[in-house]
Design a binder for this molecule. Structure first.
Ligand code: AMP
Length: 349
């Protein structure tokens, strides 16, 4: 029986551990917080920081393979582990995904379109970038941003560059051109170590306050555009010599083109619907890929909509439990803080 180490103890690790158990795989979670969501469903937890060398060596000693459930795993930690056992997805995927400038350069080198961008390390660079984009743009931290945190949208009216820069500017930034998108879609794809690539159907995503609110499948897009999204995911997976599941987020532009927003080298919130509407979920697909098992059938048997339960929305669980054709999935978090992902529900149509 193989043992898979998972760095990170959140809900994604929890769902990976559940999928692993069904395949007779043991899981060991590395996470500083004891009794984290993932530890509740895994075989074992090592309580330690992600960069604690003693904890990392204990993880390597306990496992056959290591994976991770978030993209901000320190690259040095992944590289240290990769000296003694396979780390999937490869640490290179972390390097690319951790810095929005490196990520966009990588995507452009793969022949994929992104928003235009300027690296911003001074107020003068911010002003020059905004002038280039006609005053409109999205300023983001290059690193450690998630769910719309560390971002500011310049609308072109009353821009207040100095105030915004003072609030964000102590860290490296990126200014992206503002994409007037028609909708947002994402694709979840997997690659095995023998190079086989399998894609789930694209999902259409709606965000509220920068946090994913719903994913609806099928997305309202032309099938040719869906195929283009799949081809983009394949190009990314191949360029990284990737093993595991990846999430790729796109803007569908007003002209009907595709612009890649970002990649997540892990299972992704916009793929949670797969556990209800496909025979093999993104979580099982990831565990199959990293454990060297054949990839599963990613075809969808039902149309569906996935709702995230954020903060107080956890109180609506009794109604969701009474809703027909609905799968409720909760994350074992005690404290329903605002903006915190507490669970999700998927209703088949
Ligand atoms: P991100 O953290 O990059 O995924 O951004 C969070 C959300 O902000 C995205 O899902 C979009 O709704 C919006 N957004 C991000 N970048 C841009 C952009 N360049 N143009 C327009 N909207 C954006």
């Amino acid at each position: 029986m193989k043992t898979v180490g998972i760095i990170g103890g959140g809900q994604l690790g929890r769902m990976l551990a559940i999928a692993a158990a069904r395949l007779n795989l043991r899981t060991v979670i590395l996470e500083p917080q004891a009794d984290c969501p993932a530890a509740q469903t895994a075989t074992r937890q090592i309580v330690g920081a992600y960069d604690d060398e003693v904890a990392l060596d204990a993880l390597a000693a306990a496992c056959d393979i290591v994976t991770y459930e978030f993209e901000n795993v320190p690259v040095a930690a992944a590289t240290r582990l990769a000296r003694s056992l396979p780390v999937y997805p490869p640490p290179k995927a972390l390097e690319v995904a951790q810095d929005r400038v490196t990520e966009k350069r990588f995507l452009n080198a793969c022949g994929l379109e992104t928003a235009r961008f300027h690296a911003v390390d001074s107020l003068a660079e911010l002003s020059a970038g905004l002038a280039d984009f006609g005053g409109r743009g999205v300023l983001k931290t290059r690193r450690l941003g998630y769910d719309g945190k560390g971002q500011h949208v310049f609308t072109g009216r009353d821009n207040k560059e100095e105030t915004v820069y003072a609030a964000l500017g102590a860290v490296p930034l990126i200014l992206e051109s503002f994409i007037s998108f028609e909708r947002e879609i994402s694709i979840i794809a997997a690659r095995s170590s023998d190079g086989t690539v399998v894609c789930f159907d694209p999902a259409e995503n709606v965000h509220r306050q920068g946090i994913l609110h719903t994913s609806t499948v099928p997305a309202r897009i032309d099938p040719a555009l869906g195929a283009k999204a799949g081809a983009a995911a394949r190009a990314i997976l191949e360029a990284l010599d990737y093993v595991g599941v990846i999430g790729v987020e796109f803007f569908v532009t007003a002209e009907g083109g595709l612009s890649v927003n970002e990649i997540a080298p892990r299972v992704h919130n916009s793929g949670h619907w797969t556990e209800a509407a496909c025979v093999v979920s993104q979580f099982e697909q990831h565990m199959r890929a990293v454990a060297g098992l054949p990839l599963g059938d990613a075809s969808r048997h039902s149309d569906c909509i996935m709702h995230n339960l954020i903060g107080e929305e956890i109180d609506s669980v009794p109604e969701w439990l009474a809703t027909p054709r609905t799968l409720v999935h909760l994350y074992g978090k005690a404290d329903a803080r605002p903006g915190r992902k507490m669970g999700h529900v998927t209703t088949l149509r």
